[in-house]
Design a binder for this molecule. Structure first.
Ligand code: GCW
Length: 847
């Protein structure tokens, strides 16, 4: 994984860029055609000249971007002029771009408003001029993108006057890219920055990414994994990384790095990395002096220390503040920031100890150091106290650091929310964290998290910095792989700019920018997005249980048991009687007491604790009645069945858009929604089986464990196939599947004994990451479907990560027909099968 020397990597610079990668998907910068008259009153009023008053790189980018937008949306190729050639007083329609100072110098009378701050802009119509005025060059660029957003949504610009300033100073993404080109928790192909241990020769995608980020106001990007490779700080590697900063610069995105606290020892030759050792401080100082020589606009660093095995100050008995400050002092002369992560916890907790609680860790490890961090340090806090689960209460740490800068860490990459194979629009979830009122008392004015991270603190003290960090983990395959998942990247930027925007409004903006203004497309895509989180939560971990995925592995399929009886502390505390973590002050871990009193009182009481956080806060029996009167266990059954049904209904909704959205996006999304519909059934079955066995209480509606349309594979006639146990047991029928080993081909078959009719036949099989087994389904000797298990699901074992289905609809079956599945294993993938399900087709009558 060692980075190659600069010379070797430079030699690659001249290599032709990979044409297959191109510069990346345009995402929401599609610039689809709009009706010029709707925007400008009349086609003839479309400005035909773009006047760029400044020479700044960012202002040049702004002018170039407007020209692109004009071409795509308005079918106009505008002239781009500078201030001198655009003579004042002419009668042409102009778009004029400049900082407030430049506009004043050009035409003093045009400047009539309050002065604009950094990154801010004002868009305005003044006679025949459409003015994009920035507080600085970055503000001009953001203003240009904002104007393009207006046009893309076909808003009239006749009375345009919009001023806008960012909510908070820090608006960064974190990318968990490794030098070898892999991405930790990345779900869209390889890194756009690194390959094979060096910075990519072709950085056109990095530049295209910076453009996307800038279009929603994101101004910083830490390009490497928080589990950082210290060798990235070696001089020859910094030179290479500087090339990425060069690619970002035209879009005003400052490059940052995640660093390893042990670097002074790991690569610096020192015997210690004790943050209070003067030699260590001097090493960091020299290192960052060097970084700024290579990257003058370097943004700063992200630090993961004393967490999940990363080295940290605790090794020397030092505090997070000691660690953060030694770096902060090295960065301060250059204006750099330290984002020190609050994600510090012990992953060797004693699960026998009913008072032990991982959720307490953030608060316990940080609140005592409040006020001890330097002014250029920001504590970066995950939205919830555990780890990016499908639902968590907001972290109590936000309210516990009144004298410290804070940023909220959101995760755009869908690590615990379906890994971009499931549709989950995350903005509604993020909004709940941002909007949670940490004061929560009737008497006092509200104090939502969004204000805390903008520098307003609980006791009225103010600090100046703060903001938003989004773990994006974009890759070379369509940024996030799933075209609809791009709404998450978009909404992260929009919320970081203005957290008061609603999730629905942002979704609609995204849809219009991406797919155009067709009301049918908007209605369907917006509805799919807005319902998606609730649907996913319903068939995974409801009621605040956490996602219920395999938490010590891939984090994709169902595996509730993996949370229990280990040191990682994501316990469900499920037993025969009940489930949930007792985090009350009265009888539990005391976690609830970390919240400000009014919020703590709300969570402590079963009467006022919201049902959707019930099992995060309390341990209750399966027979406990929720606020609507339903028992807990019946709610778990019902919500899983409802969720799987709702996931299935997403498919026809999307299919109704065929021909109305670009074909490639249509096909990609359809493939993923179809997969999700099948995987939601895997989730539903696994969790309802698991809870039925654990509680011993049957489903009132007799669905769980009762699948009248299924033929399980071990019960069929097996030719070459053998039966194996599956772990976890609940991810296959009766905990068993069949595998074809030691033979080139196997088959399983049965005779259809039920009435003649039309049926949908689903084969539930397991598709490993490696291997592409071949399957053919026959009815009465005739092949009705043939496919390869080549979806590269993220595991090489038979379990809920790999369980998937292939469906053939509307098959005529006659009593006595043989249904046979022929399979050819591939490599280590033994063509595993769980069951075949034959359900009467909805749409056709029997022959
Ligand atoms: O959610 C967990 C991930 C780890 C990650 C860690 C973190 C980069 O599973 O892969 O490590 O969070 O946020 O540091």
């Amino acid at each position: 994984m060692l980075l190659l020397a600069a010379a070797a990597a430079c030699a690659q610079d001249s290599a032709p860029s990979d044409p297959a990668l191109g510069a990346g998907d345009p995402a929401w910068l599609a610039y689809n055609a709009v009706q010029p008259a709707a925007v400008f009153g009349a086609e003839s009023s479309v400005p035909d000249t773009i006047v760029a008053l400044g020479q700044d790189l960012l202002e040049q980018s702004a002018a170039r971007e407007l020209a692109l937008g004009w071409r795509g949306m308005l079918a106009h190729v505008p002239r781009v002029a500078d201030g001198a050639t655009a003579a004042p007083g002419n009668r042409q329609n102009l778009v004029v771009l400049g900082t407030q100072a430049e506009v004043r110098a050009w035409r003093p009378a045009l400047v009539n408003g309050p002065s604009l701050g950094p990154d801010s802009y004002r868009l305005r119509r003044a006679a025949n001029i459409l003015l994009v005025e920035g507080g600085d060059a970055r503000g001009v660029l953001y203003g240009a993108f904002a104007l393009l957003r207006q046009i893309a949504q076909q808003h009239s610009l006749q009375a345009l006057d919009i001023g806008s300033a960012p909510w908070a100073a820090v608006r960064w993404t974190n990318e968990w890219d490794n030098p070898n080109g892999t991405i930790e928790r990345g779900y869209a192909g390889p890194s756009i920055f690194f390959a094979d241990g060096h910075v990519r020769a072709d950085l056109s995608r990095a530049a295209a990414y910076a453009r996307l980020l800038a279009s929603v106001g994101i101004d910083g990007c830490a390009i490497n994994n928080v589990n950082a490779d210290p060798r990235l700080l070696l001089p020859e590697n910094l030179k290479q990384i500087a090339r990425i900063a060069d690619a970002f610069r035209p879009y005003g995105v400052r490059l940052s790095l995640s660093i390893d606290m042990s670097s002074p020892k790991a690569i610096g030759g020192l015997s210690s990395f004790d943050p209070l050792d003067p030699q260590v401080a001097a090493w960091w100082q020299a290192k960052f002096d060097q970084v700024y020589r290579d990257i003058p606009d370097f943004g700063g660093v992200v630090i993961k220390a004393d967490s999940e095995g990363q080295p940290g100050p605790s090794q020397y008995g030092r505090s997070p503040a000691d660690a953060a400050n030694v770096i902060a002092r090295a960065l301060a002369p250059h204006g750099g920031l330290v984002l020190y992560r609050g994600f510090v916890y012990n992953h060797h907790l004693d699960w026998h100890d009913m008072k032990a609680d991982r959720a307490r860790a953030g608060y316990d490890n940080f609140h005592k150091y409040d006020g001890k961090f330097d002014s250029n340090v920001i504590v970066q806090i995950k939205y919830g106290p555990i780890d990016f689960q499908v639902r968590e209460p907001v972290s109590p740490l936000f309210a516990a650091l009144p004298g410290t800068n804070e940023a909220i860490e959101l995760q755009i990459a869908q690590e615990y929310t379906g890994q971009q194979r499931h549709l989950v629009y995350l903005a509604p979830m993020w909004k709940i964290s941002l909007d949670t009122d940490m004061r929560a008392s009737l008497g006092a004015p509200p104090l939502p998290v969004s204000e805390l991270i903008a520098g307003k603190s609980v006791d009225g003290q103010r600090h100046s910095l703060g903001g938003f960090v989004g773990v994006a983990n974009v890759g070379a395959e369509g940024w996030l792989g799933n075209p609809l998942a791009l709404a998450n990247l978009y909404s992260f930027g929009r919320l970081a700019w203005n957290p008061r925007l609603s999730a629905a409004a942002i979704a609609d903006e995204w849809t219009r920018l991406t797919f155009g203004n067709d009301p049918t497309v908007r209605a369907i895509v917006d509805r799919l997005q807005m319902n998606s989180w609730h649907i996913y939560e319903s068939y995974t971990g409801p009621l605040g249980l956490g996602t219920l995925t395999d938490i010590i592995g891939i984090h994709f399929g169902p595996d509730p048991e993996s949370a229990e009886r280990n040191g990682w502390g994501q316990w469900l505390r499920a037993d025969r009687q009940g489930v949930g973590m007792d985090r009350t002050v009265a009888t539990g871990t005391g976690f609830i007491g970390q919240y400000p009193a009014p919020l703590a009182a709300q969570y402590e009481s079963l009467q006022t604790c919201p049902d959707n956080l019930l099992l995060f806060m309390h341990h209750v029996p399966y027979t406990y009645r929720l606020h609507d009167g339903k028992t807990l266990i019946q709610y778990i059954y019902d919500t899983h069945y409802w969720g799987a049904q709702a996931a299935a209904a997403q498919v026809p909704a999307w299919e109704s858009l065929r021909g109305k959205v670009p074909d490639a996006a249509y096909a990609e999304v359809l493939k993923r929604l179809q997969f999700q519909a099948g995987h939601a059934i895997v989730w539903r079955d696994a969790l309802t089986r698991w809870f039925a066995r654990m509680s011993g209480i049957p489903d009132d509606l007799h669905r769980v464990g009762n699948d009248p349309y299924r033929m399980v594979a071990p019960a069929m006639k097996l030719d070459g196939y053998t039966t194996v146990d599956v772990t976890p047991w609940e991810t296959a029928s009766d905990g068993k599947a069949v595998v074809c080993t030691g033979r080139a081909e196997c088959s399983l078959s049965f005779t259809w004994e039920k009435p003649d009719g039309w049926y949908d036949i689903a084969v539930q099989y397991f598709d490993f990451r490696n291997g592409a087994s071949q399957y053919t389904l026959q009815v009465a000797g005739r092949a009705i479907g043939s496919w390869a298990a080549d979806a590269a699901l993220p595991d090489n074992r038979i379990n809920g990560n790999t369980s998937t289905r292939y469906t053939v609809q509307n098959v005529a079956l006659h009593r006595g027909d043989t249904v046979r599945l022929l399979a050819r294993p591939d490599g280590r993938e033994p063509a595993p099968v769980d069951y075949i399900e034959l359900t009467p087709s909805a749409a056709v009558e029997p022959q």
